[in-house]
Write a protein that binds this ligand. Structure first.
Ligand code: NDP
Ligand code: 2IT
Length: 444
C-alpha cells in the first residue's frame, strides 16, 4: 500500500468529501507498515474494500410543520462494513449533516466497534433536519417519516442505529414507536431506548463515563489520577454531561462547558446541581450555553470563544468534529495540559494532533476514548437478545473493563520506547480484527 497514491485515487473518486478523506488518511497512515508486512491483505484487496461503504441509502423525509407547511429533509444510512457483526452506529440530526460527514463517522465506527471486543460492524446515518426550535410534535412527525423509509433496511441482526448529535432519548422513542408499528414486533432494533422498553441502564452516561475511564488509564501510565486536576470539557450535550459527572466523581474539578455560542468558565467547578442543569439546557432545544451564567453567578460566559484557552490539566473535547485546532492545541500545551481525551468523534484537527503528539501529551483518539457509548449499546443488544435487564453495577463494571481492554490494545500496538501512540495503537488493533475477518470470509 502507498498511502499518498491511494489517497489521490480516493480524492479523485470522492472530490470535496473533506471529513471522510481526513478520517481515511489517518487510519491508512497508522496501518501502512503492518499492512505491508502482511501481503495477504494486499492480495485480498482489503484496503480498497474497507474504505468504501457496503452501501449508502439516501432518502427524503417530507413532514408537515405545526404551521401546516410541508418540509423536506434529506436523510441517509451508510452501511459501511459488517464483517464482524451487524452494522452499528448512531443517527445524527443536525443541519450540517451531509454524506461526507456520515461517511467519516461510519468509517471511524468500523474500528471503534472492533475495539470494543463486541460483535458489531460499522454504520452511521442521519439527516440535515434541525431539531432546534421544533416542537415535540414536529420532531415526532419527522422521526416517524424517517423510520417509515428506514425500517425496511434495518433489523436486530442487520443494522442497529442509535443516537448521536441531535438524537437523544426523545428521538429514539419516536423512531422506535414507528418501527414497532411497521414491523409488528418489539425487538432490539435501536439502542439508547427508554428504561421501560428495552433500554440499558448507564447507556445515557456511557460515552462520557467511558471517556473518563479511558483517560484514567492513560493518566495511570504516568502515575497520575483525576484527583485534584482541573478539566475543560466542550459541548453541553449527552457526552459532556456523562464526562462531567464521572470526572467530578473521581475528584477532578470541571471548569468549562461550551456551546456554539461560546463557553462557560466556572472557577468553583461544574458539579452537583450544575451538572443536572446541563441536561435542562440541552432539553431546552436552544442553541446556547450562555443561560448558565444567568443561573449560576460563578459561571463566566466567553462569547464566541472556545474553552481551550483556559489553563487546565486535562481537556475532554465532547462537542463536534474539528472543534480543537492548531492554535487551541498550542495554547493547551503552553498552559501545561497533560492529557487530551476525545469524547466527540474527530474533534481535533490533524494539525492539532501533530502539536499534541510532538509534545508527547497523553492523547486518546475518539475511536478508542469514546467507544464506551457504542460498547454499552452492544451490552443493550445483549440484554435485548436475552430478554434480561442488568443492574447499574453489572453494566458499569462491564463498561469499565471494556475501556481498560481498549486501553491495553492501544498500548500493545502503539507503544515504542516507553511512549504510547494511542492513534496508531487504536487504528492497528481496530483494523486487524476486521481485516482478518474479511480475509476469513473471502471476497464478497
Ligand atoms: P448532543 O446533541 O447531545 O450534544 C452535542 C453538543 O455539542 C451540544 O451541546 C451542542 O450544542 C454542542 N455543539 C455543537 N456544535 C458545537 C460547536 N461548534 N462548538 C461547541 N459546541 C457545539 O450530542 P452528543 O453529546 O451525543 O454528541 C457529542 C459528540 O460525541 C459528537 O461528536 C458525537 O458524534 C460523539 N459521540 C456521541 C456518542 C453518543 O453515545 N451519543 C458516542 C460517541 C461519540 P448545540 O446543541 O447548542 O448545537
Ligand atoms: O459515535 C458513536 O459511537 C455513537 N454515536 C454511538 C453509536 C451507538 O450505536 O451507540
Amino acid at each position: 500500500m502507498n498511502v499518498d497514491k491511494l489517497m489521490l485515487q480516493l480524492e479523485q473518486k470522492h472530490p470535496g468529501e473533506v471529513e471522510y478523506l481526513q478520517a481515511v488518511r489517518e487510519v491508512l497512515e497508522s496501518i501502512e507498515d503492518i499492512y505491508n508486512q502482511n501481503p495477504q491483505f494486499e492480495a485480498a484487496g482489503i484496503i480498497e474494500r474497507i474504505v468504501e461503504p457496503d452501501r449508502i441509502l439516501t432518502f427524503k423525509v417530507p413532514w408537515v410543520g405545526d404551521d401546516g407547511k410541508v418540509n423536506v429533509n434529506l436523510a441517509y444510512r451508510v452501511q459501511f462494513n459488517n464483517a464482524i457483526g451487524p452494522y452499528k452506529g448512531g443517527l445524527r440530526f443536525h443541519p450540517s449533516v451531509n454524506l461526507s460527514g456520515l461517511k467519516f463517522l461510519g468509517f471511524e465506527q468500523i474500528f471503534k466497534n472492533s475495539l470494543t471486543t463486541l460483535p458489531m460492524g460499522g454504520g452511521k446515518g442521519g439527516s440535515d433536519f434541525d431539531p432546534k426550535g421544533k416542537s415535540d410534535a414536529e420532531v415526532m412527525r419527522f422521526c416517524q417519516g424517517f423510520m417509515m423509509e428506514l425500517w425496511k433496511h434495518i433489523g436486530p441482526e442487520t443494522d442497529v442505529p442509535a443516537g448521536d448529535i441531535g438524537v437523544g432519548g426523545r428521538e429514539i422513542g419516536f423512531l422506535y414507536g414507528m418501527y414497532r408499528k411497521l414491523a409488528r414486533e418489539n425487538t432490539g432494533i435501536l439502542t439508547g431506548k427508554g428504561r421501560n422498553w428495552g433500554g440499558s441502564l448507564i447507556r445515557p452516561e456511557a460515552t462520557g463515563f467511558g471517556n473518563v475511564y479511558f483517560a484514567k488509564e492513560m493518566l495511570a501510565t504516568k502515575g497520575e489520577t483525576f484527583e485534584g486536576k482541573t478539566v475543560a470539557i466542550s459541548g453541553f450535550g449527552n457526552v459532556s454531561w456523562g464526562a462531567a459527572l464521572k470526572a467530578t466523581e473521581l475528584g477532578a474539578k470541571v471548569v468549562t462547558i461550551s456551546g456554539p455560542d461560546g463557553y462557560i468558565y466556572d472557577a468553583e467547578g461544574i458539579s452537583g446541581e450544575k451538572i443536572n442543569y446541563m441536561l435542562e439546557l440541552r432539553a431546552s432545544n436552544n442553541d446556547v450555553v450562555k443561560p448558565y451564567s444567568y443561573k449560576f453567578e460563578s459561571g463566566q460566559f466567553f462569547e464566541g470563544k472556545r474553552p481551550w484557552e483556559q489553563k487546565v490539566d486535562i481537556a475532554l473535547p465532547c462537542a463536534i468534529q474539528n472543534e480543537l485546532n492548531k492554535e487551541d492545541a498550542e495554547m493547551l500545551v503552553k498552559n501545561g495540559c497533560i492529557c487530551i481525551s476525545e469524547g466527540a468523534n474527530m474533534p481535533c484537527t490533524p494539525e492539532a494532533i501533530e502539536i499534541i503528539q510532538n509534545n508527547k501529551l497523553l492523547y486518546g483518539p475518539g475511536k478508542a476514548a469514546n467507544a464506551g457509548g457504542v460498547a454499552t449499546s452492544g451490552l443493550e443488544m445483549s440484554q435485548n437478545s436475552m430478554k434480561l435487564s442488568w443492574s447499574i453495577e453489572e453494566v458499569d463494571t462491564k463498561l469499565h473493563s471494556i475501556m481498560c481492554n481498549i486501553h491495553e490494545a492501544c498500548v500493545k500496538y502503539g507503544e515504542t520506547d516507553g511512549h504510547v501512540d494511542y492513534v496508531k495503537g487504536a487504528n492497528i488493533a481496530g483494523f486487524l480484527k476486521v481485516a482478518n475477518a474479511m480475509l476469513d470470509q473471502g471476497v464478497i
